[in-house]
Structures are given as C-alpha cells and as structure tokens.
Design a protein around this ligand. Structure first.
Ligand SMILES: *[C@@H]1O[C@H](CO)[C@@H](O)[C@H](O)[C@H]1NC(C)=O
Ligand SMILES: *[C@@H]1O[C@H](CO)[C@@H](O)[C@H](O)[C@H]1NC(C)=O
Ligand SMILES: *[C@@H]1O[C@H](CO)[C@@H](O)[C@H](O)[C@H]1NC(C)=O
Length: 421
C-alpha cells in the first residue's frame, strides 16, 4: 500500500518535478586533493540516492586521480580506512566541466540555464518553477569572493544570478552548501524571501578547515600525504550517507554545526522552509526499489581528535609533511617556495595596511566593483594571489569601503605594492 501511494505521489502528481544538483570543486593541484574528493563523494551520494545522472552537473579540474603525487593512481578517497572499507569516489564520478572549463562564467551560465553560452554539448540546469536545486561548492575563498582555478566569482555576481533565477522561475527551492574560507561573506546579501537557503562552512571572518589530514589520511595502510576532505563537507556528506531522510534541513544544519569544530557553520537566506526534509534535496525523486546503503564500515565520522589543517596553511603543511616523509630535494624546494611566498604576502600587505592605516579587522567587500578592479590590477602588475595570499583580500575590501580615494588611485597603490620590495 505504501509503495502504491509513493508511486502515485511521484509518478502522477509530481511527474514534472525533478531535482537538480550542481557540484563544484574550485581548486587544482594535489595539495588541494580534498576539494575534488569532497565533490566526487557528493556525486556518488546523490546518485546512490536516486538522482538521475543527467540532472547532476559536476565541475572539477580532474588533475588528482592521475597526479604523479597520487600513490593510488586512478583513485580518490574522501575518508581514511583505519578499520575497514574506504570508497574510491573517483570510480564512477562523472565530471562534466574539467580544466579551464571550471570557471565562474560557465558556473553562472549552468545555473541560469544559458546553454547557448556554454561549450558545445555541455550539461546545464534545465529547470522549471517546479524543480529543486542543490548547489555544493568546495574550495578557497575570502571576503566577497570564492575561487576557481584561474579566476574568482564575486559575491555580487552570485547574488545577481540568484535574482535572475528567481525572476525567471528557474526553481522551486534552492539549497546551497558552501565550503570555503570566510564563506559566510558570500551570503550576507542573500534575500530572505526568494526560496534560497544556504549553509556556509565558516562565518565571514574565519578559515574553513581540511580534515583527515596526515597522520589520519591512511588508506589501505598507506598515508596519502594530504587532507582527504574538508571538515564541514565530510560532516554533511557522512550524515547524508547514514540515510536519515526524515531529518529536516534545520536538523541537518544543527548536526553539521555541532560536528564541525574548527569553524562556525552558519545558516542564511530563506529559512522559511528549513522544516522541509533533506529528502527534498538529497534524494532523486525517482522511484527506487531500495536505496543502496553505504557499506556500514565506510562510516568514519569526523571526530575531534582527527588531524585537521587550516585551509590557509594547507600548502605549507603539505610540503612540510611531504619533505619530512621523503627528504627529497624537490619537496624541499617547494616548501621553501611556499615559505618565501607567504613571507612576501605578509610583507607587502603589512605595508599596505600601515600606509593606509587599515584595521585588518574588516571582513566585508561592499564595493564589489572596486574589489574586482584592485584584485585584477594587483594580479596583473604583481602576482596571482595564492591560497594563502587570499587571506589579505580583506584589506582590499576595507580599502575599497573605507577610504575616500578614487578607483584610479587605489589601483595605482596596489600596482606599486610589489615594487616596494
Ligand atoms: C529543456 O527542457 C525542456 C522540457 O522541460 C525541453 O523541452 C527542452 O528541449 C530542454 N532544452 C534543452 C536545450 O535541452
Ligand atoms: C578518537 O578518540 C576516540 C576516543 O578516545 C577513539 O575511540 C577514536 O579511535 C579516536 N579516533 C582517531 C581517528 O584517532
Ligand atoms: C616536520 O618535521 C619538523 C621537524 O621535525 C616538525 O617540526 C614539523 O612539525 C613536521 N611537520 C609535519 C607537517 O609533519
């Protein structure tokens, strides 16, 4: 009887409604292993839960599985396996946008359904007013932006895209889970009445953290030498994998918040539907004989005593750990390069802070055009911001919002930053 009702509910009354998901890893390089591991894990979780593959769109640079630093070629793991099984999440992970196609323009066009602006034949979200959308993004960020491998997505562009989707009836409800440093800053302007609900891994002032880092990165008896996941991400994914679809978005939030120990998980936007069950977003809405469970011993809940690394320090710790293990000259050189690069950013931004009398405690970027302009100028004249360097974007935000200087003067200041050395 229950089955028949379920069939009726899904097959007849909701025949046109589908769930869509957009899963994005914004980084590359092996020391950022964890972001692509999170994203392939999320893909496998949704497919296991009955999502149709054609409704899941994945962005990932795809340089991890075959990376020469990967001891398990062709495999990616998002959990260690001290006692038992760990799933190769790369196996069956269908990636739609790779390499330089992992960029903000494609990301926004996929959301808007602007298929004629996308590379030929690429998947996009062809959604209607009936459909729910789940967006998940894992990478680096800073106040007012999130990073893609070669460029940035600014908060204003994201909010404008949401506005477009709202006005053009592109969704019923949209849920966005975001894992980046200072991720809260992306949602401070999210409307509370547009059926868009978001969780950020961190508040606007702090880093997010990698987890299952060395020495808790053991798969099949060997250390992978990198963090396998991110704390917020593996917490939400491992919870969904437990299969409790009766919990509400609110309960899911509270669970994730209580188990993410290194950063403050926050809830944003339209919380009026926080009482909806997570099934509305993490389940494929297709009739399924029976959901395939994860092997029981795959579950390895992220714990307090698991090794975690601050995302901002990840590359430094990665090469420290690697050099400790290998003693190779090549790793030593990379380590020295990272130490020098961090010192360089500390110096030039220290000078910027001093010369403009910036507090360094400001974590917003309200003048988004100015922020974009100074970042582009800085990267053009000086150097690309690294995962560590992004921590100083807050000074650009403060400079743009609090000084009376003209844009051209601000651009002049940032373009000469690197000449003071
Ligand atoms: C989008 O979906 C509609 C049905 O909802 C379909 O008619 C249309 O062909 C699809 N568009 C593309 C470009 O696939
Ligand atoms: C964390 O501590 C608990 C209790 O002491 C222990 O059972 C568990 O194995 C530890 N986990 C790790 C990853 O060391
Ligand atoms: C590498 O070794 C040094 C010196 O023994 C130690 O201080 C450091 O904590 C180690 N780093 C890592 C990430 O293992």
């Amino acid at each position: 009887m229950k089955y028949i009702l379920l069939l009726l509910a899904i097959g007849v009354f909701q025949v046109s409604a589908v769930n869509w998901a957009l899963l994005v890893s914004g980084s590359n390089a092996f020391y950022n292993y964890r972001h692509q591991a999170d994203v392939c894990h999320s893909y496998k979780t949704l497919i296991r839960n009955g999502y149709s593959p054609e409704n899941v769109i994945v962005f990932a640079y795809d340089d991890i599985a075959q990376n020469r630093q990967n001891i398990y070629k062709g495999a990616i793991y998002n959990q260690p396996n001290k006692d038992g099984f760990s799933e190769n999440v790369y196996d069956g992970c269908v990636i739609d946008y790779t390499k330089t196609d992992v960029n903000p323009t494609n990301f926004l066009n996929v959301l808007k359904g602007n298929y004629d602006h996308l590379p030929d034949g690429h998947k996009f979200i062809n959604s209607t007013r009936e459909d729910n959308i789940f967006v998940y993004f894992s990478d680096h960020g800073s106040p007012g932006l999130i990073a893609f491998p070669t460029s940035y997505l600014y908060e204003q562009e994201l909010i404008e895209t949401f506005q477009y989707m709202y006005e053009n009836d592109r969704y019923n409800k949209l849920v966005f889970y975001l894992e980046t440093c200072e991720s809260g800053s992306m949602f401070v302007n999210l409307p509370t009445n547009h059926r868009i609900y978001a969780l950020s891994a961190a508040n606007p002032y702090e880093s997010s953290w990698g987890t299952y880092c060395p020495p808790d990165d053991i798969v099949n008896g060997k250390s992978l030498g990198t963090c396998l996941g991110d704390e917020f991400s593996v917490t939400f994914l491992e919870n969904v994998d437990l299969g409790d679809f009766s919990q509400s978005l609110q309960e899911h939030f509270e669970f994730i918040r209580d188990h993410t120990l290194k950063s403050n998980v926050m809830q944003w936007g339209d919380v009026s539907f926080a009482s909806d069950t997570i099934k509305e977003f993490f389940w494929g809405r297709r009739f399924q004989e029976k959901r395939k469970m994860c092997p029981k011993d795959a579950f390895f809940m992220n714990e307090e005593n698991v090794s975690k690394w601050d995302s901002r320090d990840n590359k430094l710790l990665f090469y420290q750990n690697r050099y400790n293990q290998t003693g190779d000259l090549e790793d030593f050189i990379e380590l020295e390069k990272e130490i020098k690069s961090r010192a360089y950013f500390d110096t030039i931004f220290g000078e910027l802070q001093q010369s403009l009398k910036l507090t360094g405690d400001y974590h917003f970027a309200l003048n988004q055009n100015c922020l974009k302009s100074v970042i582009e100028t800085f990267e053009d004249k000086c150097t690309k911001l690294t995962d560590y360097g992004l921590k100083y974007v807050k000074l650009f935000g403060e400079m743009c919002d609090s000084t009376n200087l003209l844009q051209i003067q601000l651009n002049m200041i940032v373009s000469t930053l690197c000449m003071t050395e």
